[in-house]
Design a protein around this ligand. Structure first.
Ligand code: NAP
Length: 260
C-alpha cells in the first residue's frame, strides 16, 4: 500500500486569484481520478460556475451533485460534433479543463525499450493524449465569447517535456504529451489574435494516486504521491493564477514553469 501525501491545505501554494468570482459554465472533460476531484473542488471554490463533466459512455458512475453529465469520446468526430448541443442550454463557457489521458490499457503499456513499440498503440496514445485536446478546442471554439475571459487548461505530464527527458522509455505517452504541448501552444497563438481574453494552460498535476498511475506508484518517493483532492487543489490554484499574457505555457502543480 503506497503512502499518499496528506491533504494539508497549508502545503498548497497561495492562490493569487480566487475562483469565487467566476461565472458561466465549467466543463471538466474526463471524470477519472483527477477529473472527479476537480469537479468536487470547483463545487466548493467556484459557486458561480455551473459544472459539467464528461465521460466516454455518458453517465457511467455518479458525478457530484449538480454536475451536468455529458457524453464525449475525444477519439470520435461525431461525439465531438455533438458536444456543443449538449452544452447549449447552459451559461456561456468560462472554463474547460481536459483531464482525459491514456497511459495503459490491457496490452497497451508504456514501452521500456524500442522493441516494445507498436504502431497501433502509438496511434491510440496520440488519438487520446495529443489529438483529443486540440480537437476538443476546435469543437468548443464557436461557443467562446471573444468579449469574456476564458480559461482552457489541459493536463499534460512532466514526462512530455523534451528538455527534461533524462530517463527515456514510455515512448508513446511522452511523445503524445509533447505533441499535445505543441498543438496547444499553436492554438494559444491563434487565440491570442482571435480571442484576446482566452488563456490556454498545459498543466502537470504531479504524480497522483489514480487508476492511471496505479501500476507505477512503487518508485514514487514517500510523500510525493498526491491524493486526487490535493492534486485538484494545486491545479485550480495554478489555473486561477494564469492570465492571457501567459497563454500557451507549461506549468507544474506548484506553479513552476516546465521546459518544453
Ligand atoms: N495520475 C498521475 O500521476 C498523472 C501524472 C501526470 C499526468 N497525468 C495526466 O492527468 C490526466 C488525468 O489523469 P488521471 O490520473 O485522472 O487518470 P484516470 O483516472 O485514468 O482518468 C483518465 C480519464 O481519461 C478519460 N479518457 C480516456 N480516453 C478518453 C477518450 N477517448 N475520450 C474521453 N475521455 C477519455 C477517461 O474517461 P472514462 O472515465 O470515461 O473512461 C478518464 O476519465 C491525464 O491526462 C494524465 O495523463 C496524470
Amino acid at each position: 500500500m503506497r503512502h499518499v501525501a496528506p491533504d494539508i491545505a497549508s502545503t498548497n501554494p497561495p492562490a493569487p486569484e480566487t475562483l469565487a468570482g467566476w461565472h458561466g459554465t465549467a466543463l471538466v472533460v474526463g471524470c477519472g481520478g483527477i477529473g472527479t476531484a476537480l469537479l468536487q473542488a470547483l463545487g466548493t471554490r467556484a459557486p458561480g460556475l455551473q459544472l459539467a463533466g464528461s465521460r466516454r459512455h455518458g453517465h457511467c458512475s455518479p458525478l457530484p451533485e449538480g454536475v451536468r453529465a455529458v457524453a464525449l469520446d475525444l477519439t470520435n468526430d461525431a461525439s465531438l460534433a455533438a458536444l456543443p448541443q449538449q452544452l447549449a442550454d447552459l451559461p456561456p463557457l468560462r472554463l474547460v479543463i481536459n483531464t482525459a489521458g491514456l497511459l495503459h490499457d490491457g496490452p497497451l503499456q508504456p514501452e521500456k525499450r524500442l522493441a516494445r513499440l507498436n504502431r497501433a498503440h502509438l496511434e491510440r496514445s496520440f488519438a487520446v493524449n495529443a489529438f483529443g485536446p486540440v480537437l476538443l478546442a476546435q469543437a468548443l471554439d464557436p461557443l467562446i465569447d471573444r468579449a469574456q475571459p476564458f480559461h482552457f487548461a489541459s493536463l499534460s505530464a512532466r514526462v512530455g517535456s523534451i528538455g527534461d527527458n533524462q530517463l527515456g522509455g514510455w515512448y508513446a505517452y511522452r511523445a503524445a504529451k509533447a505533441a499535445q504541448n505543441q498543438l496547444l501552444r499553436t492554438l494559444a497563438i491563434e487565440w491570442r489574435r482571435r480571442l484576446p481574453l482566452a488563456c490556454v494552460g498545459l498543466l502537470h498535476p504531479g504524480t497522483t494516486a489514480t487508476a492511471l498511475s496505479d501500476p507505477f506508484q512503487a518508485g514514487v518517493p514517500d510523500g510525493k504521491l498526491f491524493s486526487p483532492d490535493r492534486a485538484a487543489g494545486h491545479l485550480l490554484d495554478v489555473i486561477a493564477s494564469l492570465t492571457p499574457e501567459q497563454s500557451g505555457s507549461f506549468w507544474a502543480w506548484d506553479g513552476q514553469p516546465i521546459p518544453w
